[in-house]
Design a protein. Structure first.
Length: 200
Protein backbone atom coordinates (compact mmCIF):
# COMPACT_ATOMS: atom_id res chain seq x y z
CA UNK A 1 0.00 0.00 0.00
CA UNK A 2 1.16 3.52 -0.71
CA UNK A 3 2.94 5.20 2.18
CA UNK A 4 0.71 7.54 4.14
CA UNK A 5 -2.54 5.99 2.93
CA UNK A 6 -4.71 4.98 5.85
CA UNK A 7 -8.14 4.35 4.41
CA UNK A 8 -9.64 2.37 1.53
CA UNK A 9 -12.90 3.52 -0.03
CA UNK A 10 -14.51 0.08 -0.08
CA UNK A 11 -17.25 -1.70 1.85
CA UNK A 12 -16.14 -4.16 4.54
CA UNK A 13 -15.71 -7.69 3.13
CA UNK A 14 -15.46 -6.43 -0.46
CA UNK A 15 -13.65 -9.01 -2.61
CA UNK A 16 -11.46 -6.29 -4.06
CA UNK A 17 -9.37 -6.38 -0.87
CA UNK A 18 -8.33 -9.94 -1.78
CA UNK A 19 -7.68 -9.20 -5.45
CA UNK A 20 -5.59 -6.20 -4.44
CA UNK A 21 -3.63 -8.29 -1.95
CA UNK A 22 -3.08 -11.08 -4.49
CA UNK A 23 -1.58 -8.65 -7.02
CA UNK A 24 0.62 -7.13 -4.35
CA UNK A 25 1.87 -10.49 -3.11
CA UNK A 26 2.49 -11.79 -6.64
CA UNK A 27 4.65 -8.79 -7.54
CA UNK A 28 6.55 -9.01 -4.24
CA UNK A 29 7.19 -12.74 -4.67
CA UNK A 30 8.44 -12.28 -8.22
CA UNK A 31 10.67 -9.48 -6.90
CA UNK A 32 9.59 -7.14 -9.66
CA UNK A 33 10.89 -3.69 -8.71
CA UNK A 34 8.33 -0.96 -8.17
CA UNK A 35 9.71 1.18 -10.97
CA UNK A 36 9.17 -1.72 -13.43
CA UNK A 37 5.46 -2.12 -12.71
CA UNK A 38 2.42 -0.21 -13.94
CA UNK A 39 -1.09 -0.94 -12.71
CA UNK A 40 -3.87 0.50 -14.85
CA UNK A 41 -7.44 0.71 -13.60
CA UNK A 42 -10.66 1.99 -15.12
CA UNK A 43 -13.78 3.50 -13.57
CA UNK A 44 -15.54 1.06 -11.27
CA UNK A 45 -16.33 0.55 -7.61
CA UNK A 46 -12.71 -0.07 -6.65
CA UNK A 47 -11.15 1.91 -9.48
CA UNK A 48 -8.97 3.71 -6.99
CA UNK A 49 -7.05 0.45 -6.51
CA UNK A 50 -4.31 1.74 -8.79
CA UNK A 51 -3.90 4.79 -6.57
CA UNK A 52 -3.53 2.68 -3.43
CA UNK A 53 -0.52 0.75 -4.69
CA UNK A 54 3.04 1.80 -4.43
CA UNK A 55 3.95 1.39 -8.12
CA UNK A 56 3.40 3.48 -11.18
CA UNK A 57 -0.31 3.67 -11.86
CA UNK A 58 -3.00 5.20 -14.03
CA UNK A 59 -6.75 5.46 -13.51
CA UNK A 60 -8.21 5.78 -16.97
CA UNK A 61 -11.61 6.18 -18.63
CA UNK A 62 -14.43 3.70 -18.37
CA UNK A 63 -13.82 0.83 -20.79
CA UNK A 64 -10.49 2.21 -22.04
CA UNK A 65 -7.97 0.63 -19.70
CA UNK A 66 -6.76 -1.96 -22.21
CA UNK A 67 -5.74 0.59 -24.89
CA UNK A 68 -3.98 2.61 -22.20
CA UNK A 69 -2.16 -0.46 -20.85
CA UNK A 70 -1.27 -1.52 -24.39
CA UNK A 71 0.29 1.88 -25.05
CA UNK A 72 2.37 1.65 -21.88
CA UNK A 73 3.62 -1.82 -22.86
CA UNK A 74 4.45 -0.78 -26.42
CA UNK A 75 6.34 2.27 -25.21
CA UNK A 76 8.37 0.24 -22.71
CA UNK A 77 8.23 -3.55 -23.16
CA UNK A 78 10.39 -4.03 -20.04
CA UNK A 79 7.51 -3.01 -17.79
CA UNK A 80 5.11 -5.45 -16.17
CA UNK A 81 1.72 -4.05 -17.08
CA UNK A 82 -1.38 -5.15 -15.17
CA UNK A 83 -4.78 -3.89 -16.11
CA UNK A 84 -7.54 -4.33 -13.53
CA UNK A 85 -11.14 -3.96 -14.58
CA UNK A 86 -14.74 -5.06 -13.82
CA UNK A 87 -17.56 -6.83 -15.50
CA UNK A 88 -19.51 -3.95 -17.06
CA UNK A 89 -16.29 -2.14 -17.87
CA UNK A 90 -14.66 -5.01 -19.76
CA UNK A 91 -17.59 -7.06 -21.02
CA UNK A 92 -19.73 -4.17 -22.18
CA UNK A 93 -18.12 -0.81 -22.89
CA UNK A 94 -14.62 -2.26 -23.27
CA UNK A 95 -15.54 -5.48 -25.06
CA UNK A 96 -14.01 -4.53 -28.40
CA UNK A 97 -10.69 -3.76 -26.74
CA UNK A 98 -10.76 -7.06 -24.86
CA UNK A 99 -11.34 -9.16 -27.97
CA UNK A 100 -8.81 -7.37 -30.17
CA UNK A 101 -6.09 -7.47 -27.49
CA UNK A 102 -6.72 -11.18 -27.10
CA UNK A 103 -6.58 -11.60 -30.87
CA UNK A 104 -3.34 -9.63 -31.11
CA UNK A 105 -1.91 -11.37 -28.03
CA UNK A 106 -0.82 -8.11 -26.41
CA UNK A 107 1.58 -8.88 -23.59
CA UNK A 108 -0.39 -7.59 -20.61
CA UNK A 109 -2.21 -9.21 -17.69
CA UNK A 110 -5.87 -8.31 -17.68
CA UNK A 111 -7.79 -9.07 -14.48
CA UNK A 112 -11.57 -8.65 -14.32
CA UNK A 113 -13.18 -8.34 -10.89
CA UNK A 114 -16.55 -9.81 -11.81
CA UNK A 115 -19.19 -9.01 -9.18
CA UNK A 116 -21.97 -9.62 -11.73
CA UNK A 117 -23.47 -6.16 -11.31
CA UNK A 118 -22.82 -2.43 -11.63
CA UNK A 119 -21.80 -1.85 -8.03
CA UNK A 120 -20.64 1.78 -8.29
CA UNK A 121 -24.05 2.80 -9.60
CA UNK A 122 -25.75 0.72 -6.89
CA UNK A 123 -26.63 -2.67 -8.28
CA UNK A 124 -27.92 -2.81 -11.86
CA UNK A 125 -27.68 -5.89 -14.10
CA UNK A 126 -24.42 -6.36 -16.02
CA UNK A 127 -23.40 -8.69 -18.90
CA UNK A 128 -22.55 -11.39 -16.35
CA UNK A 129 -25.63 -11.16 -14.11
CA UNK A 130 -27.23 -14.61 -14.11
CA UNK A 131 -30.70 -15.09 -15.51
CA UNK A 132 -33.73 -14.90 -13.21
CA UNK A 133 -32.05 -12.54 -10.74
CA UNK A 134 -33.69 -9.39 -9.41
CA UNK A 135 -31.54 -6.29 -9.62
CA UNK A 136 -32.28 -2.58 -9.52
CA UNK A 137 -32.57 -2.49 -13.32
CA UNK A 138 -34.40 -5.83 -13.57
CA UNK A 139 -37.02 -5.65 -10.81
CA UNK A 140 -39.08 -8.30 -12.61
CA UNK A 141 -36.11 -10.71 -12.92
CA UNK A 142 -33.28 -10.64 -15.40
CA UNK A 143 -34.41 -12.37 -18.60
CA UNK A 144 -31.16 -11.91 -20.56
CA UNK A 145 -28.55 -14.67 -20.65
CA UNK A 146 -25.09 -13.70 -19.37
CA UNK A 147 -21.88 -13.93 -21.38
CA UNK A 148 -19.37 -16.65 -20.67
CA UNK A 149 -16.29 -14.37 -20.40
CA UNK A 150 -13.67 -17.05 -20.93
CA UNK A 151 -15.36 -18.43 -24.04
CA UNK A 152 -15.38 -14.92 -25.46
CA UNK A 153 -11.64 -14.46 -25.20
CA UNK A 154 -10.94 -18.07 -26.13
CA UNK A 155 -12.82 -17.53 -29.37
CA UNK A 156 -10.66 -14.46 -30.01
CA UNK A 157 -7.53 -16.60 -29.70
CA UNK A 158 -6.46 -15.84 -26.13
CA UNK A 159 -4.13 -18.61 -24.95
CA UNK A 160 -4.37 -17.93 -21.22
CA UNK A 161 -7.94 -17.74 -19.94
CA UNK A 162 -8.49 -18.42 -16.29
CA UNK A 163 -11.43 -18.39 -13.97
CA UNK A 164 -10.80 -17.70 -10.29
CA UNK A 165 -12.56 -16.42 -7.23
CA UNK A 166 -11.58 -14.09 -4.43
CA UNK A 167 -11.95 -16.73 -1.72
CA UNK A 168 -8.68 -18.46 -2.49
CA UNK A 169 -5.89 -15.94 -2.01
CA UNK A 170 -2.93 -18.37 -2.39
CA UNK A 171 -4.30 -19.74 -5.67
CA UNK A 172 -5.09 -16.27 -6.99
CA UNK A 173 -1.61 -15.03 -6.12
CA UNK A 174 0.02 -18.04 -7.78
CA UNK A 175 -2.13 -17.60 -10.87
CA UNK A 176 -1.23 -13.92 -11.15
CA UNK A 177 2.46 -14.86 -10.88
CA UNK A 178 2.01 -17.34 -13.75
CA UNK A 179 0.17 -14.80 -15.87
CA UNK A 180 2.84 -12.17 -15.32
CA UNK A 181 5.43 -14.65 -16.59
CA UNK A 182 3.29 -15.63 -19.59
CA UNK A 183 4.30 -13.85 -22.79
CA UNK A 184 1.06 -12.71 -24.33
CA UNK A 185 -2.42 -11.63 -23.40
CA UNK A 186 -3.65 -13.19 -20.16
CA UNK A 187 -7.30 -12.86 -19.19
CA UNK A 188 -8.49 -13.76 -15.72
CA UNK A 189 -12.07 -13.54 -14.61
CA UNK A 190 -12.25 -13.37 -10.83
CA UNK A 191 -15.67 -13.97 -9.34
CA UNK A 192 -15.75 -11.12 -6.86
CA UNK A 193 -17.70 -10.88 -3.62
CA UNK A 194 -19.86 -7.76 -3.36
CA UNK A 195 -21.81 -8.01 -0.11
CA UNK A 196 -23.58 -4.71 -0.73
CA UNK A 197 -25.22 -5.54 -4.06
CA UNK A 198 -24.57 -9.14 -5.10
CA UNK A 199 -27.13 -10.98 -3.01
CA UNK A 200 -27.31 -14.17 -5.07
C1 LIG B 1 -18.42 6.33 -20.24
C2 LIG B 1 -19.22 6.06 -19.01
N1 LIG B 1 -20.39 5.41 -19.11
C3 LIG B 1 -21.13 5.15 -17.99
C4 LIG B 1 -20.69 5.56 -16.76
C5 LIG B 1 -21.53 5.27 -15.53
N2 LIG B 1 -21.03 4.17 -14.75
C6 LIG B 1 -20.17 4.35 -13.71
S1 LIG B 1 -19.76 2.93 -12.94
C7 LIG B 1 -20.76 2.04 -14.00
C8 LIG B 1 -20.90 0.55 -13.86
C9 LIG B 1 -19.66 -0.10 -13.36
O1 LIG B 1 -19.88 -1.49 -13.28
P1 LIG B 1 -18.63 -2.47 -13.31
O2 LIG B 1 -17.74 -2.14 -14.43
O3 LIG B 1 -19.14 -3.86 -13.27
O4 LIG B 1 -17.82 -2.10 -11.97
P2 LIG B 1 -18.30 -2.23 -10.44
O5 LIG B 1 -18.80 -0.88 -10.04
O6 LIG B 1 -19.34 -3.30 -10.37
O7 LIG B 1 -17.07 -2.63 -9.69
C10 LIG B 1 -21.38 2.84 -14.94
C11 LIG B 1 -22.31 2.37 -15.99
C12 LIG B 1 -19.45 6.24 -16.70
N3 LIG B 1 -18.92 6.63 -15.53
N4 LIG B 1 -18.73 6.48 -17.83
S1 LIG C 1 -20.37 -1.97 -3.51
FE1 LIG C 1 -19.56 -4.04 -3.76
S2 LIG C 1 -17.78 -3.86 -5.15
FE2 LIG C 1 -18.30 -1.82 -4.34
S3 LIG C 1 -16.93 -1.55 -2.56
FE3 LIG C 1 -18.91 -2.31 -1.85
S4 LIG C 1 -18.69 -4.54 -1.77
FE4 LIG C 1 -17.02 -3.74 -3.04
MG1 LIG D 1 -19.35 -5.05 -11.57
Amino acid sequence: MRTGLIKFQRCPWCGNFIIHLAIKQALAELKIPKHKTVVVTWIWCSGKMSQYVDWYWAETLHGRGIPFATGVKLANPDLTVISVSWDWDTYWIGLGHLLHSARKDINIVHIVADNENYALTTGQASPTTPKNIKTKSTPDWNTISPFDPLKLTESAGCKLNISANDRDLPWLKKAIMDWIQHKGFAHINVKQTCPSFKKW
